[in-house]
Design a protein around this ligand. Structure first.
Ligand SMILES: [Zn+2]
Length: 314
């Protein structure tokens, strides 16, 4: 059915008004045509509405590429409004960096506008398995009202480690295996030298390890060091430079070394918590709440590897 120009104008007006209603978010220009909508350095709560991870966008010749859609439908709308406040170009592609709820539950706002969504196959599978639970858990943290209209929208394009041209922009995508999560995808924009590292890089915040393989995470950081990075956009915390790849690597390495030593000495997971205090990182957000849990997570990884013949106790 053909629509009249009056109907099209009316539809455009409704679209524009819904974006205006969503309100735009603070936006930081980090390079020519590259922007970040910074998340709050905190855990998800009703006060921050779950807006705790960084979202990025690149304005290409023919359209915009967005990295991560936010924590709920309303957040996705606000991200789209923010993009529209910077450029009149259409959003050509949404990339999900990994399957955590704060990064993907805004997908429905993008899908409602027919925007394709790209992620690794592992991210799509993990979303299918876990998103029903993580939606409910985020609802408990931020409140049902904030999560209104949010529905789980799976990615509809599959990414691997590849170079892909999108909207006239050459994008390098890297998936180095199971690190922070099983689906981690990083995006390097060669034209600007900006690396969107997703949650493989936290700055100033103790990482969440629930879905992590810490040995794989350390391995995933290595190829990032080989890129000509001028600007680093971490998943959490302020925008930095290539040098900011180091602290997260140091945290994970020291954590593994301290826990492995406790394990070799025959200490329990509970005893390891006291033995694996890492004062260098005690000022990071979430240290008191999360570091002990991270020690236990790594303890069970090391125990699993030992029982599978890795030989940490030999
Ligand atoms: Zn994450």
């Amino acid at each position: 059915m053909r629509r009249t120009s009056r109907q099209l104008l009316a539809a455009a007006f409704v679209f524009a008004s819904s974006l205006a209603a969503a309100g735009s978010l603070p936006v930081q220009r980090v390079a020519d045509d590259v922007y970040v909508i910074p998340g709050v350095l905190a855990d998800a709560s009703s006060a921050n509405r779950g807006r705790v991870v960084n979202t990025g966008f690149i304005v290409g010749r023919d359209g915009v590429i967005v990295v991560d859609s936010g924590a709920n439908h309303g957040h996705g709308e606000a991200i789209l409004a923010t993009v529209a406040s910077v450029t009149g170009k259409p959003v050509a592609l949404l990339i999900n960096s990994h399957p955590h709820p704060q990064n993907v539950l805004g997908n429905s706002a993008f899908a409602a506008r027919g925007i394709p969504i790209l992620a690794t196959a592992a991210t799509a599978a993990a979303m299918r398995a876990r998103c029903p639970d993580c939606l409910r858990s985020l609802e408990r943290s931020v409140g049902a009202e904030v999560m209104a209209a949010t529905r789980i929208q799976l990615p509809d394009r599959v990414a691997a480690s590849e170079v892909r041209e999108v909207a006239g922009r050459r994008l390098t995508l890297l998936h180095a295996g199971h690190g922070h999560t099983e689906g981690d995808l990083v995006l390097f924009d060669a034209a600007s030298g900006v690396l969107f590292a997703g949650d493989l890089v936290y700055r100033g915040q103790v990482p969440h390890l629930s879905e992590s393989d810490t040995a794989g995470w350390l391995a995933s950081l290595q190829p990032l060091r080989e890129l000509p990075v001028r600007t680093l956009v971490p998943g959490r915390g302020p925008v930095g430079t290539a040098a900011d790849l180091a602290p997260i690597g140091r945290y994970l390495l020291q954590l593994r070394q301290r826990v492995a030593a406790a394990y070799r000495d025959g200490r329990s997971a509970d005893e390891a918590i006291a033995l694996a205090d890492l004062p260098e990182f005690s000022s990071w957000q979430g240290y008191a709440e999360r570091h002990g849990r991270n020690v236990q997570h790594v303890y069970f990884e090391i125990e699993r590897d030992d029982l599978n013949g890795g030989g940490a106790r030999r």
